[in-house]
Design a protein around this ligand. Sequence first.
Ligand code: UD1
Ligand code: MG
Length: 479
Amino acid sequence: MADNTHPLDVVIMAAGKGTRMKSKLPKVLHRLAGRALLQHVVDTAATLLARRVIVITGHGAMEVEAALAHPARASGTNTPQFELKFVRQEPQLGTGHAVQQAVPVLPDDGIVVVLSGDVPLTQPDTLRQLIAASGGAKLALLTLAMANPTGYGRILRGGMAMQGAAQGNVLAIVEQKDATDAQRQITEIYSGIMAVPAVHLKKWLARLDNKNAQGEFYLTDIVKFAVADGVAVVGFKIDDEAQVAGVNSPVQLAELERVYQKRLATQFMEQGVRLADPARFDVRGDLHCAQDVSIDVNCVFEGNVSLGEGVKIGANCVIANAVIEAGAVIHPFTHIDGEKAGVTVGAGALVGPFSRLRPGARLGPEVHVGNFVEVKNSTLAKGAKANHLAYLGDAVVGERVNYGAGSITANYDGAFKHTTVIEADVHIGSNCVLVAPVTIGAGGTVGGGSTITKDTPAGALSVARGKQVSIANWKRPAK
Ligand code: UD1
Ligand code: MG
């Protein structure tokens, strides 16, 4: 709350249909940077330390409410506590009617910020300034000058209104469909975002009617009432369109996704992260980068990802829910997804190209995992290597183990998963099958092509395959 004396309550309008998305999914649940549009708005309210967040639902109400009930914030981190309430608006009779539904759950002592669930990129700082402009007493409207204002509500100012942008007091907002030709020339538009003391808002909402071109209850009509009641109306003007841009179509969703990603990319570069191309960088969650991280083109980061000092990520990697420690190198085309269990890649480890690390993969320092190697729920101790075409599932792998090309831990018997233990300094040859549960003793060697079903002693060479036979002077059959 930017205002010391008034708690902040946020009303988010999210009852609209979103016809132009041409989707079964309610519009506000479409994802931007991996998070529902509405979640972005709720997270912004949380950042502002809102006391209460009231979401007005209508179209797809059940789905929208269910999606927010389990906060889908990819990060899951330090979102401050607030009270989340849903209010249904059925039918949808306009923005004024939408906010009217919130009145019963809106305390009188607060300042209310009205937001839309389909406007995801409003910056908390902008809203802080808007709240400050309201000062707990005035009606503050977030406005913007637009080269093409068609479709938006226009800000009517008194006196010198026609001569210049911010001149004159705000008298009213007139909607596109109700505007005269002269009013349509006005380029200052209402963004759809306002800050207003709850006591005033409630009083004015009660006075709305729907006698207008659209037969809707316009929230924007409260401006007239403020003027009539002698309450000051402030037009707080910004010039960053993306902050007030709504999503109505897949094209607009993709546009805002790019805006979001480019802004984030710029922030990372300002911190010192080297991005090969900020236009080919996608974060769908929370990414933390230490010093001297470099990221090549077309990488996607999801969930919680942390990259330690000097980490290098090659081109075309998808990395989700993982901690990559200092100096590790992830070569191109690697897929890492720790899901809930997480993945750790130790300091100085080399992974890829074309590796796959799955939940519970824990690679120690200087581990090497190469092309077409899959690791799931397995720990590889310092210096262990699995460089080619291999599977390690439910395995505990000791230091300096060398795990040969084409080898597999057979960890699943059709009903249960079992553990394979490969002790320190073991060499597993190529194309071995280690049938779990099984332990390969320290320093031991397993001959290529072996299927190991019993524990092997430390230091031993274990071979489990048909003995080689050579038949001298063998003649192939002839026709
Ligand atoms: C509204 C403003 C207009 C402003 C524009 C900015 C009004 C009357 N007009 O236009 O001045 O320039 O926003 O984008 O407020 N919604 C509901 N219930 C309803 C109607 C709408 O929840 O009954 C929600 C929509 O889902 C949307 C938001 O309110 O999230 C805004 O509605 P929309 O129809 O996009 O705004 P306009 O009326 O076009
Ligand atoms: Mg409308």
